[in-house]
Design a protein around this ligand. Sequence first.
Ligand code: FE2
Ligand code: FE2
Length: 614
Amino acid sequence: MASRPPSFLPSERPEHVTLTLFPANSPYMSEVRGAARRAGAAFIRASARTPSDIDGHLFIVDLVQTPASGRLGRRAIAISNRLDIDAYEVITPDQVRWRLDRAVRNLVERERLRRRLESERQTIRVLNEIGYALSAQTSKNDLLDTLLTHARQVLQADGGSIYLVDQDARTVSFTCSQNDTIPFRANRLTLPLDESSIAGFVAVRGEPLNIPDVYDLDETTLFRPHLRFDKETGYRTRSMLIVPMKDREGIILGVLALINRKTTPSVPLTSFDQVTPFDDGHALLAGSIASQAAVAIENYRLYREIRNLFDGFVGAAVTAIEARDPSTGGHSHRVAALTTGLAREVHDTLDGPFGQVRFTEQDLTELHYASMLHDFGKVGVREEVLLKADKLYPWEMSGLEARFRMAALQVMLEESRHIVRHDRLSALETDLALVRVLNRPGRRPNAAERNRLEQMVEEWELHDHLSAAPERVVQRSDVTRLCIPYGSLDPEERLEIERHVKHTYDFLKAIPWTRDLKRVPELAYCHHEKLDGTGYPRKLKRHDIPLGARLMTISDIFDALTAGDRPYKAGMAPARALRILHEEAERGHIEPEAVLLFERRKVWETVLPDFQAT
Ligand SMILES: [Fe+2]
Ligand SMILES: [Fe+2]
């Protein structure tokens, strides 16, 4: 987004001071004209009716000839017999001959100093404004475009270009271009980094070039201007000011070229005769702007490098999480895409509960990182707990099955010896089948099944001659696990999994986030909180949970439901997942309006092009 260029126009040049005598028929004409000439100012015959109509001139007011007001201000010398006139100096008619010269010289000098001071002040203001505008840019193209717009406005240039230097490739590339008179799209042009072109010459020498008319260049000059634009469009490049863009270490990052100085900035030229040359003051100002731009470009490059480094780190962290639990592969990326996609929808909503909510690009970046890393703490959870698909761990189940097999052998042996009834073997098989059924996650045993499990503990024992006491086929700990009512985790394992949120927070908290990303740890910390305070780990309520985190919770649940890659459940169709989200919202767990928006805008279809519910 380009900001408005500053309105600074260095039109009052210190050397062009003008002096007017008022009224035009004053008898002191020749004295004033001579005094102006000796002070180095131009004398201009008064054409206005009163001194206050005269703008930008110094003036001498002959109050003997005119009944003008006694308030003339600090830019006027009065000739008057009254001494109470408000003016720079008051001279009586009899003093004119010997005092006028010195008074005019002092007034002109004072005016020059005032203009210089004003010009310096404006330069500083302009550079500050440009610096501010440049620092607000988040893309390199916007940065260059803003720079060129400001430089052309301030220096009243009809056109301009920026070339960037590639020291490794020894090239200088035409990167950005503007022209008020003939708007055009510039093609990228790459020139060798040598003295054969104007841009190359300035980039190699590191000194500015000020050319009054490029068509009048001496045949012996080393460089040749690039005038293809003129040939193709009928444009006439005349004056040019080309300055190097040096960073803090004096390294030349690019070249700023300004073309055709004119009297009114931004207005297209109606004739190329309106073009004037740039002067030394303009070259100085252009040099300052170019240096500031170089620093901005350098800052931008460093910023990009840090961001890339950070993206690399986040990518590596996500790979580390997903390597531990390949069954949830892609979860972090999908949650990040869904959360920022939903946040953009909230941002675009102009009425209703989200009518006033806005997410800036920085907010979205922050939310992106928080979502990418929300489950990073899972690296601190034991792998067997993280991957637990059934109520018994695989090795527990195989131990249990082995004991059932041994028991079967024992029963067969006892049957052959007629020690036990013949239906014992099938009873054993029925019990094993029940154990297998109850081992599945979410399979809650009814009262009869619970009873049967208790009886199994008492009923089935393995006897061998090596152990002092018989071993139970189904152990008490197996019964506890098989009675887990929801999912596959017992309360302790559930707590261990839930601790991933705190691990995530502790890990993210240790990172020295930049100011614009400082809420990443807090956003991730809230992703399992619920609006009614029944979430974990802090049991926060709605007003304590940032909106970004509330959106992340919705995306997290949606992805957990629809992803077909969990070991214990197949992916759900979006319609079913949305029904569950609505139920969660009705229970007061998640934001109902955000769920509605998520559904209405089909966020998953927009942000996950490969979305496929199984
Ligand atoms: Fe989580
Ligand atoms: Fe998650």
